[in-house]
Design a protein around this ligand. Structure first.
Ligand code: C5P
Length: 280
């Protein structure tokens, strides 16, 4: 019997070593790397002869600065396509929260990288279908969405060891029938051969205002001037850091959502995907 869908792979230069518990006589444990294929799939399937080859899993990367609406748009696009969703920002927020809860020093990079590898995270939904995230079995859905958690995420996200530690977790989201990946470096670093790369942006004023309304709706206290400063600070840190800085991939399509409604932005992204044959 061949390896099951979702078998995890690791790339070592030209060879892909297959990590799986079920192997067959046809399946030796490694095969030649097909450039570009593994980055976006991470899945393998045996053909009729039992020979394995990478299965293409379509990926849409949606990157952009804080408050650009990536989360809302990515969710809507994933729902339209019936694909999986990766909220990579949540992973950085979880690392920061796990660090604060474990009591390790705020500047302990290796300690945070270790947590990034070991933390037990479950992404799911509650009975009403709303997002539900658990960290070590504890419901942290609200705790990771505060502006403070966002600042903590931006701090740990600047550390190369933490970014490297989260890479494998992110690749594991690339599962059939497809993935919408939301973040800062989805199109540049994590999924460089994504089928469609969108860089979603909006003016700094509009982004601060959106975040303000979002926090108000959730019943959290919010101050527009302070939020504007925090967003500007996060933009500065995210786009000037040495590793994986926030910037559009050279082949990204820029979508400026300033003055557009959510429905208009969703339609703009859906029409880009449609023109690439990703969905109807
Ligand atoms: O998107 P979100 O606001 O949840 O991300 C929180 C922080 O995590 C960002 O400000 C950024 O510093 C970091 N991040 C990142 N790379 C990603 C996603 C998020 O560095 N792919």
């Amino acid at each position: 019997m061949g390896p099951s869908l979702g078998t995890r792979l690791e790339r070592d230069k030209e060879t892909v070593h297959v990590l799986c518990s079920r192997t067959s006589g046809h399946f030796g444990g490694s095969f030649t790397y097909v450039p570009g294929a593994l980055d976006r799939s991470g899945l393998i399937v045996p053909n009729a002869a039992g020979v394995t080859s990478p299965l293409h899993v379509p990926i849409v990367a949606i990157d952009g600065p804080s408050g650009s609406g990536k989360g809302t748009i990515s969710r809507a696009v994933a729902r339209h396509a019936g694909w999986h969703l990766l909220d990579s920002g949540a992973l950085y927020r979880l690392v920061a929260l796990a660090g604060a809860r474990s009591g390790i020093a705020p500047d302990d990079m290796d300690g945070h990288a270790d947590l990034a590898r070991r933390m037990d995270v479950q992404f799911g939904s509650d009975a009403a279908g709303a997002e539900a995230i658990r960290l070590d079995h504890d419901d942290v859905t609200a705790a990771i969405r505060t502006e403070e958690a966002g600042q903590g995420a931006s701090r740990v996200a600047a550390w190369p060891a933490v970014r490297a530690a989260l890479m494998e977790r992110q690749h594991a989201f690339a599962q059939a029938p497809g993935l919408v990946a939301d973040g800062r470096d989805m199109g540049t670093i994590v999924f460089p051969s994504a089928d469609l790369k969108v860089f979603l942006t909006a003016s700094a004023e509009e982004r601060a205002l959106r975040r303000y309304k979002q926090l108000k709706e959730k019943g959290s206290g919010a101050n527009l001037a302070a939020l504007s400063r925090e967003i500007a600070e996060r933009d500065r840190r995210d786009s000037t850091r040495a590793v994986a800085p926030l910037k559009p991939a050279s082949d990204a399509r820029i979508v400026d959502s300033t003055g557009l409604s959510v429905a208009q932005v969703v339609e703009a992204v859906l029409s880009l995907g449609r023109s690439q044959g990703l969905w109807a």
